[in-house]
Design a protein around this ligand. Structure first.
Ligand code: PNS
Length: 158
């Protein structure tokens, strides 16, 4: 069965990777799709984010793609029926619910499926790792080495 995992991955974290590992066992054709979230100003360019995703997922049975428009446009263009998202604490619910309802309104054939976070990553987010990186904190528990390197480079330059 086929599914996609859309997200802005700015940058990808071990929380995302945990979801990807679990979801790719459930869906044999699984694609991580890098999209833009207009509510967030990304730290990394699309190319940087794509590079980090591809490096972090090397050796895994997962496809990676990019899309610049609406999620529902990607879904329609690629005949996708299922999109997955990760869910952390209660705070994620309202945002996910709103997005799911808006997407369903635009594309009723799309079904969203949610994977609960591993408890280890309950409070982990891309924003949190950016903040830790900005102040020179420890990152190895939260992001792969390639992402840590990019974060260090980014904050050295800023
Ligand atoms: O990782 P994020 O930032 O929570 O992912 C959000 C994302 C990228 C899945 C969402 O912003 C999205 O679907 N963007 C594509 C544009 C779109 O369809 N926007 C309407 C969503 S209701």
């Amino acid at each position: 069965m086929r599914a996609i995992y859309p997200g802005s991955f700015d940058p990808i974290t071990y929380g995302h990777i945990d979801i990807i590992k679990r979801a790719s066992k459930v869906f044999d054709d699984f694609t991580v799709v890098l999209m833009n979230n207009l509510r967030k100003k990304p730290l990394f360019s699309v190319e940087e984010r794509l590079y980090m995703i591809k490096e972090s997922l090397k050796g895994m049975n997962v496809n990676v793609d990019i899309h610049e428009g609406l999620l529902v446009q990607y879904v329609e263009q690629n005949n996708v029926k299922i999109a997955i998202r990760g869910l952390r604490a209660v705070g994620d619910f309202e945002y996910e619910f709103e997005m799911a309802l808006a997407n369903r309104e635009m594309c009723p054939s799309l079904e969203m499926i949610y994977f609960m976070t591993d408890i280890k990553y309950l409070f982990l987010s891309s924003s949190m790792v950016k903040e830790i990186a900005q102040f020179g904190g420890e990152l190895k528990e939260w992001v792969p080495p390639v992402v840590e390197k990019k974060l260090r480079e980014k904050f050295q330059k800023l």
